[in-house]
Design a binder for this molecule. Structure first.
Ligand code: AMP
Length: 478
């Protein structure tokens, strides 16, 4: 199927053509015609499947006729995080370049007055995180009774982050006669119940989560002892021609330690994890996107949904405990047919997780030799000895080892939120979040805040361009 077969306008088709996309992804093929028909859609799809365009493209056409009134947006897209909201806004800019639509992004960390003045002029598309939108509603700056199209994106994540009461409140302010598009990576009973509340006779569309990896990604395993991981990673980074790379750790604590170690050894690295303030996260991400930061150390949850093109390498500092996360992680390289490299450091105790990964991807990942293994073993032994001596991980009396870089870690401590165990929700509202939060809405502790604990990070991961990896025949439609 071609984009031209989906019923989109010449303006949208021209913009799509300029992005270089050749064919619609399965979710686009399935959802776009129904969205254009005005039907409610219940979509099961993860980020990375082309889901954003599956609603932005037809929305641009739906909104082409009609005019926005002051403070009364004509459509609303709810996103769980600022990064995702900003990505959706980017999509509207790109695909809407030949359509004259006005747009506002209501996310924390941006000045209220700029957002107010946009709303005052009238917007066709309002993209918002639930908390910030309610702040504007409560200040009387936005009226939702003109919204004719609503998108609830990443609904399962909204639920994990405790946003559902906010979403319900927002939906109660919308006109009952509207089109609603509801997307979730998973479709549990809870999700269906929620969707039943918001949708009217929806058309269900689903794409299966990816189970394969792109052929353009060279994969390899490096077998090491635990203490050899940092020296082995450094060797790999020196040996490989790394343009930009994601380095995934399973635990937030290791993100910190690894960043410190890399910076100390002169690598150009930054980190993303749930304890960072939103402004620090956005800044780091922008630097990574622009290439100013070359290596981004992160956890699965912190990096979820982040779309960065041209990443040359993915390093798994730890084997992910959930096999699907392996696919999500390495899907960040080798995009759009480009070459990519994905290397995983594996200790003996991680082989059980590796077995799960190999079973899921349906093949054995080759073990690669790494030059300088003697040196790595020596460094590893020294690190193990120091850590034994310093009792790394012990609560008291921890001595710094040579491999630590306190300077890189300390600013991050000061950036942590006053709601550290449920940081994602507070992050949505930004570093000045506490001032912005209406008093009658208490922050709820998310059901899963794995990124904020030292337990292995679990989660669906995301952002895998699945359509590069799965044959169309494997997708399922309900
Ligand atoms: P999303 O699932 O919306 O986060 O999209 C993931 C990535 O796929 C983004 O980088 C999009 O620009 C890209 N993309 C979306 N649709 C297509 C398509 N039809 N062909 C190729 N890439 C696409």
């Amino acid at each position: 199927m071609k984009f031209a077969d989906l019923g989109l306008s010449p303006e949208v088709l021209k913009a799509v053509e300029e992005t270089g996309y050749e064919t619609p992804t399965p979710i686009q093929e399935k959802a776009i015609p129904y969205v254009l028909m005005g039907r409610d859609v219940l979509g099961t799809a993860q980020t990375g499947t082309g889901k954003t365009a599956s609603f932005t493209l037809p929305m641009i056409d739906i909104l082409a006729s009609g005019q926005a009134k002051a403070r009364m947006p004509r459509s609303l897209i709810l996103e769980p995080t600022r990064e995702l909201a900003a990505q959706v806004a980017d999509n509207f800019e790109i695909y809407g370049k030949y359509s004259k639509l006005s747009m506002a992004l209501l996310i924390g960390g941006m000045s209220f007055s700029d957002q107010d003045s946009k709303l005052d002029k009238g917007v066709d598309v309002l993209i918002a995180t639930p908390g910030r939108l309610l702040d504007h509603v409560e200040r009387g700056k936005v009226l939702l009774n003109g919204v004719k199209t609503l998108v609830i994106d990443e609904a399962d994540r909204m639920m994990d982050m405790g946003f559902i009461p906010d979403v319900e409140r927002i939906v109660s302010l919308l006109p009952p006669l509207r089109q609603t598009l509801f997307f979730s990576a998973t479709m549990s009973k809870e999700m269906r119940k929620l969707a039943d509340k918001f949708l009217l006779n929806p058309k269900e569309v689903a794409v299966s989560p990816p189970t394969s990896t792109a052929a353009t990604v060279t994969q390899g395993l490096i077998m090491v002892q635990k203490a050899e991981k940092r020296p082995a990673l450094r060797k790999l980074l020196e040996k490989e021609e790394v343009r930009t790379a994601f380095i995934f750790c399973n635990r937030k604590k290791d993100v910190d330690i690894l960043l410190g170690s890399l910076v100390k050894h002169g690598f150009n690295a930054g980190a993303l994890h749930g304890d960072m303030s939103q402004s620090h996260r956005m800044e780091t991400l922008d630097k990574f996107k622009s290439g100013e930061i070359k290596l981004l150390v992160c956890s699965d949850v912190a990096a979820r949904g982040i779309d960065v093109s041209s990443v040359s390498h993915v390093f798994n500092f730890d084997v992910p405990t959930h096999a699907e996360d392996y696919i999500h992680r390495i899907g960040r390289t080798g995009r759009a047919g480009q070459e990519g490299h994905a290397y995983t450091l594996v200790t003996k105790s991680e082989t059980k997780y590796l077995d799960g990964v190999q079973k899921l991807v349906g093949r054995e990942i080759p073990v690669l030799p790494l030059d300088g293994m003697d040196e790595i073993a020596e460094e590893g032994a020294a690190i193990a000895e120091r850590e034994k001596g310093s009792g790394r991980g012990a609560k008291k009396g921890r001595r710094r080892t040579n491999d630590d870089a306190p300077s890189a870690r300390s600013p991050r401590k000061s950036a942590s939120r006053d709601e550290p165990k449920s940081s994602e929700k507070s992050e949505e509202r930004g570093s000045s979040a506490q001032d912005e939060k209406p008093k009658d809405r208490k922050p709820r502790r998310p059901r899963q805040a794995n990124d904020d604990q030292d337990t292995p990070v679990v989660g669906l991961g995301d952002n895998v361009p699945a359509f590069f990896k799965i044959p169309l025949g494997k997708t399922a439609q309900k």
